[in-house]
Write a new protein. Structure first.
Lengths: 331, 331
DNA sequence: GTTAAACCTGTTACCGATAACATCAGCCTA
DNA sequence: TAGGCTGATGTTATCGGTAACAGGTTTAAC
């Protein structure tokens, strides 16, 4: 039913090897034969056999996506990422295995994509003996892809300043992780450049915590304050807190979230947020990993901030203006 | 590095074939040899080679999960499902390909899991020439796995009755699909059995639509009304509408959602909802599909509502009481 | 006690692709 | 014109499994 290399070879009156070469090393075949082979391939709708390829190359053609985070409630963020990874992998005829804490990591693979890695995970990650790329910046010299967190909070803070908010407070995530440091730095630098006093408060990444803080510290916040948050979750909490205290959004109080995956749209009013191109980023990690596996690292991409051998790709996030900042009605 | 059948065979002093038989047809091998082989396998930590298996069996060991729905904003519902599918597939050494509208369906596979199928999709689905199981009940005689939708709305409606709400209105999804019919029937039957008049309104599955309806028809709703919704999305809209109109939840107005994936927890107050065991269901579809592929259909499971050859597996949903129905504080 | 059936284990071929090597033609050089 | 080189194509072996068949031994039957 499904055409093999052999079928194509017969139809084109050449050997299997020639067909294989047309696919993998076309420069070694004369144009004449190439035409014949191409014609045969399209005539038979040839699709290379994934398993045979893997077996011959002594690889698995399996990439594992390891999600290191409690997936009690599945994060839309990771789901989106997964879609991106899956798409890129499909294009290159690689299969995906999703590894969570529950299903142990059994069986071989050609490479790992790891997301949600925390400090304590690196001992374990070090033992992996396959090409690995992390999703999320880190200070352990691992290759990674992430959005430009510092630039993201720069965007958010600048927007808050431009919108004329007088006090701008940062709600961060209580986590000693690289991405959080970068976000805080983006906020601090932007504030200082404008001669303002930064103010940072930190929470576990739950809306209830930020909401509670808003409500219990309500009298400390003067109208005309903007809350720049390190996640949409925290931003939703802030929004609820303000609503419970009958504050006015966005005229008295502005809110800017971070991530732009699902939660921002679910919120009411919808959040102004720093949106990461998560799906694109997912595709990119996958593609970089495949490049790394194939030892061919063109590394000529515009995005690449690559001086040493380390791969560090940062995607620029984008400020999405919606209903929790003043400018909403003007744009 | 990685042990093969051959390595195991050598260590156990038998032929490859014997080892293979120990794995696939253990009844054909004497206990004595089996012990030897087992010992060798554990000593070498033998893991079967996925690709070789696939090649020898003339299969792909790839299962495609086709998500037929705009994934503009990725639904946490599908993400959870995907996790379940991935887990079961990993256990059986099958690889997963996620197919969305964007990445066309190229390449062979051993079977399909299709979710989000609508009326108009079935022409296309008919052409698939591999074992297929749908996620979601259907009237096209396809095998499927779903939650028991009728039972779900029975649970919801009964709860509303028990909680003493006088008017109970059903907010349905404007879709001529089987699952929606079942949910409406569960509501209607339960209402009629209690001698009440059913009342159904339908919307596109967006919170804005149900919210808008609540606000524009506010005077029609008497206090002591419960809204039984066909999705958590609609329920969130209802919640917002009531809040905007300053209605009291849950004393004057109750809300019960459906799905129990993520949205119910994000809502404020948190939704009472009919929760589907989505992850478990995902694992089950995968397992059933693998059974179907291997032509071995034990079909002795308790869940199976199987009279003909058709596979119809229904999972019982569960009512999760939270803050949008009265009983919340009592439990 | 011969013969066949049953049972266990090993040998061979094959799945579909690829690397490495072999072959053969054409061309250049001395 | 012989020898060697280059470049294009075919042949062989191999990846790690499994089905089908072959060979050898034990058991059963008449």
């Amino acid at each position: 039913m499904i055409a093999t290399l052999n079928d194509v070879a017969k139809l084109a009156n050449v050997s299997k090897m020639t067909v294989s070469r047309v696919i993998n090393h076309p420069e070694q075949v004369t144009d004449e034969l190439k035409q014949l082979v191409f014609k045969a391939m399209t005539a038979l709708n040839y699709q290379p056999n994934f398993a045979a390829k893997a077996l011959a190359a002594n690889t698995t053609r399996i990439i594992k996506l390891i999600i290191l985070e409690k997936v009690d409630t599945v994060e839309p963020y990771y789901a989106t990422l997964l879609m991106g990874v899956a798409q890129a992998l499909n294009e290159h005829q690689y299969a995906l295995q999703v590894v969570t804490q529950k299903n142990a990591d059994i069986g071989d693979c050609d490479g790992y994509i790891i997301t949600g890695a925390r400090r304590e995970d690196f001992d374990w990650i070090n033992q992996l003996n396959r090409p690995t790329i992390l999703f999320g910046e880190n200070r352990h010299n691992y290759d990674y892809v992430d959005s430009d967190n510092k630039y993201g909070t720069f965007l958010a803070t600048s927007a808050a300043i431009n919108d004329g908010y007088e006090d701008i407070i940062f709600f961060g995530i209580e986590l000693k992780e690289s991405f959080e440091y970068s976000r805080e730095r983006g906020y601090m630098d932007t504030m200082q450049k404008d001669g303002r006093d930064p103010q940072i408060v930190r929470f576990g990444n739950h809306s209830s915590e930020s909401q509670n803080y808003i409500e219990t510290h309500w009298q400390e916040f003067k109208p005309n304050t903007c809350f720049v948050c390190s996640s949409d979750r925290l931003a939703i909490g802030v929004e609820r807190g303000i609503q419970h205290m009958n504050g006015n959004i966005p005229d008295e109080f502005g809110i800017i979230g971070f991530d732009g995956v699902f939660l921002d749209q679910i919120a009411d009013p919808k959040l102004t947020t720093v949106k990461q191109p998560v799906m694109t980023m997912g595709s990119k990690v996958a593609e970089l990993l495949l490049q790394k596996i194939n030892r061919a690292l063109p590394m000529t991409e515009d995005h690449d901030v690559n001086r040493s051998n380390r791969i560090e790709v940062m995607f620029s996030p984008e400020l999405i203006r919606r209903q929790t900042t003043r400018n909403y009605h003007r744009s």
